[in-house]
Design a protein around this ligand. Structure first.
Ligand code: C5P
Length: 414
C-alpha cells in the first residue's frame, strides 16, 4: 500500500473558498495528494489555476469534458481518494448532497462515491440557522457524512454568528484524524499523514462537564449564560483521541458528540451534579461547565403572568458547587481540574479558587472578548507550583495541551 494519502477536495462557491487554497497548501506540505474539483460558483471566487498550482494536479470543473470522461471517469475520480472533502460546503451544496442531486461534476461525484466524506460548511448565519439547512445537516450526518461545526464570529457579509469556515489548520487536523480512521491498516502500518497518535490515556476514565446550565423559572423561561460548550467538547474529544474512556456531561448546547465520547445531556445544575456522581469513579475530572450560580428558588409549574414579577422579583437559591463537592467526595478523582472564567484579570481569583474549591489545577481565562462561543482561548494554568501563561490558541489546541498535561500527571502519580 502506498504511503501517500489522497484527498478529493470539492471547492464550493462562497467567500470562504479562498481559505481552501491555504488548506491545499497545508495538505500538499504534509505530502497528501490533493485533487481539486471546482464548482461553477466556486470558480467565481478562486481560479482553477490557483488550485492547480498549489496542488500540483489538474483541477476538474466540468461533467461534460469528453476527454476527461474517457481518460479517468468521474466516478473513478472520487473512488481513487481516501477521503472526499467538501470545503467550503455551501448551503446549496449541502442541500444537493442531502437530496441526492447530481447536477454538476461535484454533486455527481458526491452521489457516486463510496469514499468517506467530510463537509466543512461556511455560509451566512441565517442560512446556517435556517431549519432547511439544519434538516439537511441532520440528513447528511445520518448518512454518515462527517460535518465540521462552523466557527462563530464576524462574517464577510457584516453579520455575526456561526457560519464561518474553521481555520485551515483546524480543517487539516480533522482531515488527519479522519484519514487515521479511514486508512489505518494494521498490516501496512499507520498512514503517513496521521501517524499513530500516542494514546497516553489508554485505560483511564475522564469525566468532563461542558456548556451552560438552564435553570427553570417556569415551563417556558430559564436563567442561562453564554457558554457554547466548545472548550469542554474539545477537551472531551482530545481525551478520547488520547485513548481515554470519556464521559461528557453536557448542558444544553448545539454541538455534535465527538467520536468515541459517552455523552450525558443535562439541563440544570442539579441534573449535572447527579450525572457527575453517576459517572464516578474517574481518574480525572475536568469541570469546564459554566454552571449557573443561582436558580429560581422554586420553578413555577405554570407560566408566570407578565405583571407583578418585575416588582416582586424572583427569589433565587444558590446552586450546588459541583466542583467543590467533588473535591470532598470519597470517590474524588485523582486529578481535579476546574475552570475560572472572569471578565478582566482572571488570575487574582483563580489561585484563591483552586484552594477554596479543593481543585488540583485551575484553568483561568478572561472571557471579556469573544471567548464564550468563539473558537480560540487564552488560558493560564494555575497549579500548586505556580502559574503558566499559555499563548492565544484554538480551543482544540488548548484541549490537546491540557490533555497531554493530564496524561503526564496521571502517569507520574502511578
Ligand atoms: O466559582 P466559579 O463559577 O468561577 O467556578 C468555576 C469552576 O467551578 C468551573 O470549573 C465550574 O465548572 C465549576 N463549578 C461547578 N459548580 C458550580 C459552579 C462552578 O462545578 N455551581
Amino acid at each position: 500500500m502506498s504511503g501517500q494519502r489522497r484527498i478529493l477536495l470539492i471547492v464550493g462557491g462562497g467567500i470562504a473558498a479562498y481559505k481552501s487554497c491555504e488548506l491545499v497548501r497545508l495538505l500538499a506540505k504534509a505530502d497528501v495528494a490533493v485533487t481539486c474539483v471546482l464548482t461553477d460558483a466556486g470558480a467565481e471566487f478562486v481560479t482553477p489555476m490557483t488550485l492547480a498550482t498549489l496542488s500540483g494536479n489538474r483541477v476538474h470543473t466540468s461533467l461534460w469534458d469528453a476527454g476527461e470522461e474517457a481518460e479517468i471517469g468521474h466516478i473513478q475520480l472520487s473512488r481513487a481518494a481516501d477521503l472526499v472533502v467538501v470545503c467550503p460546503a455551501t448551503a446549496d451544496l449541502l442541500a444537493k448532497m442531502a437530496h441526492g442531486l447530481a447536477s454538476d461534476l461535484a454533486t455527481t461525484l458526491l452521489l457516486a462515491t463510496d469514499t468517506p466524506v467530510l463537509a466543512v460548511p461556511a455560509m451566512n448565519v441565517r442560512m446556517w440557522q435556517h431549519p432547511a439547512t439544519q434538516r439537511n445537516l441532520a440528513t447528511l450526518r445520518g448518512d454518515g457524512v462527517t460535518v465540521m461545526e462552523p466557527d462563530e464570529g464576524p462574517m464577510a457579509c457584516g453579520e455575526y454568528g456561526p457560519g464561518r469556515l474553521p481555520e485551515p489548520e483546524q480543517i487539516a487536523a480533522e482531515i488527519a484524524r479522519l484519514l487515521g480512521r479511514v486508512v489505518a491498516d494494521p498490516l501496512a502500518g499507520q498512514p503517513d499523514f496521521a501517524p499513530a497518535a500516542p494514546r497516553p490515556l489508554n485505560g483511564r476514565h475522564l469525566l468532563v462537564t461542558a456548556g451552560p446550565t438552564h435553570e427553570a423559572i417556569d415551563p417556558v423561561r430559564f436563567i442561562a449564560n453564554r457558554s457554547s460548550g466548545r472548550q469542554g467538547f474539545a477537551i472531551a474529544a482530545a481525551a478520547a483521541d488520547a485513548g481515554a474512556r470519556v464521559t461528557l456531561v453536557a448542558g444544553p448546547v448545539s454541538l455534535s458528540t465527538p467520536p468515541g465520547v459517552d455523552r450525558v445531556d443535562v439541563e440544570s445544575a442539579s441534573e449535572m451534579q447527579a450525572a457527575v456522581h453517576a459517572a464516578l469513579p474517574a481518574d480525572a475530572a475536568v469541570m469546564v461547565a459554566a454552571v449557573a450560580d443561582w436558580r429560581p428558588a422554586a420553578a413555577a409549574t405554570a407560566k408566570l403572568p407578565k405583571s407583578g414579577i418585575a416588582d416582586s422579583g424572583i427569589p433565587l437559591a444558590a446552586n450546588p458547587d459541583i466542583l467543590a463537592e467533588l473535591a470532598r467526595d470519597p470517590q474524588r478523582p485523582r486529578l481535579l481540574v476546574g475552570f475560572a472564567a472572569e471578565t478582566g484579570d482572571p488570575l487574582a481569583s483563580a489561585t484563591e479558587k483552586r484552594i477554596r474549591k479543593g481543585a488540583d489545577w485551575i484553568v483561568a481565562n478572561d472571557v471579556s472578548g469573544d471567548v464564550m462561543g468563539g473558537s480560540a482561548n487564552q488560558v493560564h494554568l494555575v497549579t500548586d507550583s505556580g502559574v503558566e501563561d499559555w499563548p492565544h490558541l484554538p480551543k482544540e489546541e488548548v484541549a490537546r495541551r491540557l490533555v497531554a498535561r493530564i496524561a503526564e500527571a496521571l502517569a507520574t502519580d502511578d
